[in-house]
Write a protein that binds this ligand. Structure first.
Ligand SMILES: *Cc1c(COP(=O)(O)O)cnc(C)c1O
Length: 516
């Protein structure tokens, strides 16, 4: 018998005239409204189950065991109904998905998300506007523009600013470097890279970043054909922020060697330490050398929401371009990110006219086209609607309160780690990252790096606590990234107790082994 619908309950609920044509009843259109509603409700039930059943941030499953579960999947044999599908997806994915909403998830820059943004996702995917041109988005275009303007205002930009939503910080950083490069060549070499490709001396272009800047800068330099050699890493101070004096020296040094400084990338909130480069010093130095300043605020953008800590971003308004990741620090689901420029005219550098989308003769005020501002995407999700839902319902104040709580909890945790003889803390944080390691409690031949690796690994495969790690001066450290306003100092204390327990176990076993 032909199956009527994938949601078994629907068959009886469908009005008679809709029973006739079952050939396309999985398609989203006016006759499948019931099927749509039931499917979305059933999917939401799965999410509720995830919230109710997930007690640990990770199941602890090993890759080989999980991969083995995929053995019997055959795409040529579709499943009979949603029930079977949900069972399969639960077994393969949901059951083992990393739970970012639990305080015991304290690893990477994955924030818990706010519910209004999840409601927006339902609309975004179903209505499926594409943000490239007005005729594919209409109101979506203006909502995105208003949110970019709002973000610009929080930064302290004037009405000359502009920008666009992007897929993430790496992409936004790419736009910053690309504009910096092309702007340099146009302004100082009278050379149009967009049309002519690199000038002969492009291999001498130099971009200054701190040693703790995000790796996407190197990747982007390489993608742009400048090569990673174009990136000059400036050493950091005792809080792992770019050292402005060394920056100035590095610029002089490159010029003396015949190289051509074109830009500085300042990081507002490093991935590893959550600290903010000295933005005012950096923009002052950039001014002396006519360099483009891009501020990578992928992480630190959350400070825009805070009254208490907004001052930490002072100077950001002087940057030529900025990366903002709402999916890092605005409690937004992936993806939600933006690229902003102080002077909207700079976006003209990358504008491309396609006859079928945004022909040159088109009047932009009459038919606005966001594609004119986007480098790497044409068809583009209406991610902005999530932020719209969030700001309209929660307001900036509530998000700012979340942010303040996170920063205050982190500082309390930093003091706790610092005060303990069991741990070594590398730095306090402007945001929510703490890098530290467990120390052997007996002077012995214990390898501290191996011990901390063991602690991280054990907690991961127990699924009890997920922490991140990093290397500093070749040494292995554990890393907490706190992004959850529900995380309390008590949670942190419990996590530290677990870390100590695994550390002591490791030490005990190795001391015994050394003796025997
Ligand atoms: C996460 C991060 C990025 C990259 O952003 P994605 O959204 O992951 O592409 C860039 N810079 C910093 C400082 C980051 O923390």
């Amino acid at each position: 018998m032909e199956k009527q619908t994938l949601i078994s309950a629907v068959a009886t609920e469908l009005p008679e005239h809709e029973m006739e044509d079952t050939a396309c009843n999985e398609l989203f259109y006016e006759r499948t409204e019931t099927e749509y509603r039931l499917a979305i409700r059933a999917a939401a039930e799965q999410v509720s189950g995830f919230l109710k059943n997930t007690k640990k941030p990770f199941s602890g499953i090993k890759p080989a065991a999980l991969l083995a579960e995929f053995d019997n999947i055959r795409f040529d044999d579709p499943l009979p109904d949603y029930k079977s599908l949900f069972e399969e997806v639960n077994a393969l994915y949901i059951k083992h998905a990393t739970a970012f909403h639990l305080p015991q998830y304290i690893a990477h820059l994955n924030c818990p998300v706010v519910i209004p943004a999840l409601a927006a996702e339902v609309i975004i995917s179903a209505i499926n506007s594409s943000q490239d041109t007005y005729d594919q988005s209409a109101g979506g275009t203006f909502m995105e523009r208003r949110l970019i303007d709002w973000t610009g205002q929080q930064i302290g930009y004037d009405s000359q600013c502009d920008g666009v939503f992007t897929g993430g910080g790496s992409q936004s950083n790419m736009m910053g470097l690309l504009l910096a490069r092309d702007h340099y060549a146009l302004t100082y070499l009278d050379h149009n890279i967009k049309l002519q490709g690199h000038p002969a001396n492009a291999n001498r272009f130099r971009i200054f970043v701190s040693e703790k800047a995000h790796f996407s800068n190197q990747k982007n330099a390489s993608l742009m054909g400048l090569g990673e050699q174009a990136i000059v890493k400036v050493a950091t101070d005792d809080r792992f922020r770019m050292d402005a004096t060394l920056l100035e020296q590095a610029i002089h040094h490159e010029i003396e060697n015949g190289n051509i400084p074109i830009a500085i990338v300042a990081t507002a909130g490093t991935t590893d330490f959550g600290n903010i480069d000295p933005l005012q010093d950096i923009t002052r130095i950039a001014g002396q050398f006519n360099l483009w300043v891009h501020v990578d605020a992928a992480y630190g953008c959350g400070l825009l929401l805070s009254e208490k800590y907004r001052y930490l971003l002072n100077g950001i308004e002087l940057a030529d371009s900025i990366t903002i990741d709402y999916h890092k620090s605005f409690f937004q689901p992936i993806s939600s990110s933006a690229f902003l420029v102080k002077n909207k005219l700079h976006l003209n550098i990358i504008r491309h006219h396609a006859d079928y989308l945004n022909p040159k003769e088109q009047d932009y005020d009459e038919l606005p086209a966001q594609i004119n501002k986007s480098i790497t995407q044409s068809t583009r999700r209406f991610d902005a609607l999530k932020l719209w839902f969030t700001l309209r319902l929660l307001g900036k104040q509530k998000l700012g309160w979340y942010t303040d709580r996170i920063i205050d909890t982190t500082e309390e945790a930093a003091c706790m780690i610092e005060a303990s003889a069991h741990f070594e803390l590398l730095s306090h944080s402007d945001l929510g990252v703490l890098v530290f390691r467990y120390l052997p409690q007996q002077a012995s031949a214990i390898d501290t790096c191996a011990m901390n690796q063991h602690i991280k690994q054990t907690m991961f495969f127990n699924g009890e606590v997920l922490v991140a790690s990093t290397r500093v001066n070749g040494r292995f450290y554990l890393k907490f990234t706190i992004l959850n306003p529900l995380t309390t100092i008590q949670h942190i204390q419990n996590i530290l107790t677990i870390i100590k327990k695994h550390g002591k176990d490791y030490e005990q076993r190795h001391l015994v082994a050394a003796k025997s």
